[in-house]
Design a binder for this molecule. Structure first.
Ligand code: G3P
Length: 287
């Protein structure tokens, strides 16, 4: 059962509806799910197909993604399911919007994931004007978080998620959890229209510290949810001591959320690498 006093929403990060069902049964709740092209590529049915030497046509692959998302949506009808548009370095805001609109019609509880690049941010601005729910992904800097806030001003609470990827910052020696802390601190000065969704969670410690920081949402792979469940679903509060080991903390930046969204420097190497990787994993499934 969902622990009392759990303030963060807990999402599963995965691309397999059977896994969703398993964790829904064992935890007794899930508040939502996030998917992405790499997770769809790891879906057991997709793996089997590739092992048989059969790839998908582009249309078949989109249909496969749609089926997965629809199955998950039925399992978590009151939660949110994030569905990610295809993007590579050539993809324009208009391309992302066209695919995002289509994906948005797949299920009633979608958040459309857009990369936090210049084109992705343009698409986000327009998506809010069209009243879509969105999840800005591949966030690695406080400046990107400020830009998302500014580009989506006017959205209602829960309409915009922001996904900073903590594990990938840790991978290069930077303390990913310090970015979560800084963004939550910065957003305290705002109106609350963007919810922070801690992503790329790799350990139970990441998960517990995100709870202690009161991240609005935490998405986590099944393995970490399993560890949390085995540990008795503990909560973490102010007393939680996160051991960041040798990781370098990211300094807090004073940024003005009232600035024009086009003025922020949102470039980040890890965002570009992340876009390329999602595109490569997706394209590897196509004939
Ligand atoms: O939630 C985002 C996630 O799927 C990426 O995780 O472990 O590939 O950095 P990871």
């Amino acid at each position: 059962m969902k622990p009392e006093n759990l303030r963060s929403k807990i999402f599963l990060d995965g691309g397999d509806a059977r896994e969703t069902k398993t964790y829904l049964d064992s935890l007794g709740f899930l508040d939502g799910q996030t998917t992405n092209p790499s997770l769809i590529a790891k879906n057991p049915e997709a793996r089997k197909r590739i092992e048989r030497g059969e790839k998908f046509s582009a249309d078949e692959l989109l249909g496969f993604y749609k089926d997965i998302v629809q199955e998950i949506s039925v399992l978590i009808p009151h939660g949110s399911v994030s569905v990610e548009v295809y993007a590579d370095r050539e993809t324009t805001a208009e391309d992302m919007l066209a695919e995002g609109r289509k994906m948005y019609s797949w299920i009633p509880n979608a958040h459309i994931k857009l990369p936090t690049t210049a084109e992705g941010l343009k698409a986000a601005h327009q998506a809010i004007a069209e009243n879509m729910r969105i999840n800005m992904t591949l966030v690695f800097s406080q400046e990107q978080a400020a830009a998302v806030y500014a580009a989506t001003r006017g959205a209602t609470k829960g309409q915009v998620f922001l996904s900073p990827f903590v594990g990938r910052l840790d991978d290069r020696g930077e303390n990913g959890m310090s970015l979560i802390k800084n963004i939550l601190e910065m957003y305290k000065k705002g109106d609350g229209h963007v919810e922070v969704l801690t992503a790329s969670v790799r350990s139970l410690d990441h998960f517990l510290y995100a709870l202690a920081l009161q991240s609005d949402i935490i998405t986590t792979p099944a393995k970490i949810l399993h560890e949390w469940h085995e540990a008795g679903m503990p909560l973490a509060g102010d007393e939680f001591n996160y051991d960041s080991k040798e990781l370098k903390p990211l300094p807090y930046q004073e940024l003005d959320l009232a600035r024009d969204w086009t003025e922020f420097d949102i470039q980040h190497e890890l965002t570009d690498v992340g876009v390329e990787k999602f595109a490569a994993d997706w394209n590897a499934l196509i004939q």
